[in-house]
Design a protein around this ligand. Structure first.
Ligand code: ADP
Length: 486
């Protein structure tokens, strides 16, 4: 199959979260199966790796956004040995900025995000036309590329270069919908009937890119089976549960995979000491060095708990705030790596001041440190209010860093609660979204941590779990194949 992938992030070029990891890995896994992939992302100012082999092509047709014409340049680089080319949509007015979606220093979204991603999606369609390449499947991700299924069903329905192309929209997080004021609609150049009351793009008087994508995509997927069920409920449907229920027959949950060439303690190049289940001594060495680096005392009996996260309400840190003093009264240490909402920066900075020998808060984005924390910690804390899939708990399992998670979304699908009666389980799981339930769960984990043999058994059970892309890529392949044959 010829598969076009459109996303606002893809590792190793641009990433703010799980979306980048997924779009970095899934197309590669499909290309390895022999499919032909072209992956489009915006050309941001700072790509996370230096690319030498970039070629450039200035396209003659400009892109129209809100009645104005903007030039489009394509940069591209082909992967070695697999049929995959990465394309970068370049227009400096829209993408030559420090951050991807928001000015992180101000903590505010860019005010022209609507125009930026209208430009991006239209530019991809212009570019595909110019490449003279008709994809069988167009796989788009989240609201930033959700306009594409709508263009295919409306403005581009008679476009010969896209005849026969079928669309799949993957929702990585329903909480981010790309909702803008009504003045945005005219800039999309979609037909007016797309924005009448109850029309695909209309949502309480706003223009909602994700809703339009859900209504128009041939198939919709999300990133775990549990989350696929949850988003059809009022509680976790973020207002779009009705629309998703309407599309239930075309909605599936496919768990994200892990790229074990990047996230595996035996091969990880970003950690000081590699290790594997048969010899865990490297893990202890990683812990000691990390504690030294952060000038924390080395206390063997105290578990080191890691957090690596966007600091957003979704992630459950409001629960942690309520019990923080009780938690830090226990014999444990903690390293937090995260960026996000100011209130959580303040929370962790304040806790660090009050518990200097127990907590370090690194309020930055640092991929190398993320690997080291996974490799060094005894436990990983992820008390999410909702979690579409979650990758860090799967990384944690592989690194023998026992996850403490809430039973929700992908966390529920990937971590099994430790059962003391039959000795099974890979982590510690709590149900109710309450501070008390979280506290009980942390206490349970700490009590088991002191029983070294039991603890090692839990670690090893997690390390044996296999969440590689093989199975997930096979499910996407099956879905794409069904769709292109239908
Ligand atoms: P989400 O997509 O909701 O942010 P996931 O758990 O699915 O959550 O993916 C988060 C990804 O982003 C992981 O790869 C994690 O290591 C990474 N990450 C999050 N915050 C940071 C940070 N401050 N520094 C480095 N990596 C981070």
């Amino acid at each position: 199959m010829k598969i076009l992938v459109v996303s606002s992030e893809a590792v190793p070029f641009a990433k703010t979260g799980g979306l980048g990891d997924v779009v970095g890995a899934l197309p590669k896994a499909l290309a390895k199966k022999g499919h032909e992939l072209k992956v489009f992302i915006p050309r941001y100012r700072n790509l996370t790796i230096q690319i030498n082999l970039v070629r450039k092509q200035q396209l003659s047709s400009p892109v129209l956004v809100g009645g104005r014409k903007y030039p489009l340049t394509l940069e591209y680089v082909a992967e070695k040995r697999i049929p995959l080319v990465n394309y970068f949509v370049k227009n400096d007015r829209f993408f030559d900025r420090k951050d991807l979606y928001r000015d992180n220093a101000l903590g505010e979204d860019y005010t022209d995000n609507d125009e930026r991603f209208i430009f991006f999606t239209k530019a991809v369609l212009v570019a595909v036309g110019a490449l003279d390449w008709t994809p069988d499947i167009i796989h788009v991700h989240d609201w930033q590329s959700a306009l594409i299924p709508a263009y295919l069903k409306t403005t581009h329905k008679d476009d010969p270069s896209l005849a026969g192309s079928r669309t799949v929209l993957t929702i990585h997080n329903l909480a981010y919908q790309g909702a803008f004021g009504e003045e945005t609609f005219s800039k999309t150049d979609l037909p007016p009937e797309q924005f009448f009351a109850m029309a695909p793009f209309e949502f309480y008087g706003k223009v909602n890119f994700l809703k339009g994508g859900i209504m128009h995509a041939d198939k919709v997927t999300t990133v775990s089976r549990q989350y696929a069920k949850e988003i059809q409920t009022e509680q976790l449907g973020c207002g779009l549960n009705g629309v998703l229920t309407q599309r239930a027959d075309d909605l599936t949950g496919i768990l994200n995979g892990v790229d074990y060439s990047i996230w595996s303690p035996s091969r990880d190049k970003k950690i000081p000491h590699n290790y594997h289940p048969a010899n865990l001594s490297g893990k202890r060495a990683n812990k000691v060095e990390l504690l030294r680096r952060f000038s924390l005392p080395i206390r063997d009996r105290a578990p080191l708990i890691g957090i690596i996260s966007r600091l957003a309400d979704q992630k459950g840190f409001d629960l942690f705030e309520e019990i923080a003093d009780t938690v830090f009264a226990m014999n444990l240490q903690m390293i937090v790596l995260g960026t996000g909402d100011t209130k959580y920066h303040e929370l962790f900075a304040d806790l660090e001041r009050r518990y200097p020998d127990k907590l370090r808060a690194c309020l930055t984005f640092d991929d190398g440190l993320a690997h080291w924390i996974e490799a060094a910690c005894d436990m990983f804390l992820m008390p999410s209010q909702f979690e579409p899939c979650g990758l860090n708990q799967m990384y944690s399992l592989k690194y023998g860093t026992v996850p403490i998670v809430r039973e929700v979304g992908g966390l529920a699908d990937t971590v099994d609660d430790y059962d003391p009666h039959n000795g099974t389980g890979t982590g510690f799981v709590f149900k109710e979204y309450t501070a008390q339930a979280l506290l009980d769960c942390i206490e349970r984990a700490i009590a088991v941590f002191s029983k070294k043999r039991v603890w090692t058994k839990i670690m090893k059970a997690g390390m044996r779990r296999d969440y590689s892309w093989d199975e997930s890529a096979r499910k996407y392949e099956e879905l794409f194949q069904q769709l292109s044959n239908s």
